[in-house]
Ligand binder design. Sequence first.
Ligand code: SAM
Length: 299
Amino acid sequence: MTETRYWDLASSVGATATMAAMVRAIASRGERPLIDDPFAEPLVRAVGIDLLTRLATGELPPGHLVGQAAIDGATVRTRFYDGYFLDATNAGIAQMVILASGLDSRAYRLPWPPGTVVFEVDQPPVIEFKTGAMAGLGAVPSADRRTAAVDLRDDWPNALRASGFDPHRPTAWSAEGLLGYLPPEAQDRLLDSVTELSAPGSRVATESRPNPRPGDEDRTRKSLDGISERWRTHGFDTDMAGLRHFGARNEAAAYLTDRGWALDALSTRDLLAANGLRPLDDDDLRMSDLLYVRGTLAD
Ligand code: SAM
């Protein structure tokens, strides 16, 4: 794929953050939703991609445009990272870093203990937009929210330090929905930097995708092309497959373990079962095997 250097929430990889928030908005509705992200819908509306707004508000039913697998996947993913951060605060960690924060509203929505600092890192237009949109909604952060507006393929540790990050304090890191959008070597560099910046007792959570088996990626591309095509007929021109980096890469779980992290891993399949949700019927994107990993840096 061609490397795009710059995007906002309506273009290129940035639009995937708006898609993720749109699915959270859908997952937050219904009779007995398992998540509640009250900011997802107004943030998607603020970005202004017509199709995503109509889906987020419920004006357009998800139907064949957003499958149940995506909705249940977003539900378990949101609960996984919410639980991870709440456990970290219970363990006394007061410095959080959300890498690729997109339209994540945790700095406003989770009950952080006093004194907690939450850093959000993403591309400058993404950070700027969300900060302004949340202020426009009258939302007040529930932690000391700081931002580092920087490309995660560049020297983001420097930008993070400049916004007040202290590498001597234990940190809880998250990289949610990010790694597949980074080139393989940028993923390695990012995980190396996370490790280098982590004081003993720090924690990390991310997804680890098993490397593709023969034929997997063709099925994934075809499925993503189908979604893009359906969305295009509703006026949203995107190329989902073109935004992802395909091909083998270091699997994040093994890579982090080799660097001293003690991790637990749960697959999407495990998380669906743990949340009382049905296994995925149609899994061309091989979501069931995606691992959610979390763990601590050994001393
Ligand atoms: N973590 C958020 C969530 O789960 O809702 C957003 C996930 S969205 C699928 C991917 C995010 O990664 C976008 O916000 C995008 O801007 C960010 N991202 C991807 N590559 C990046 C890069 N090189 N530098 C900064 N941000 C990046």
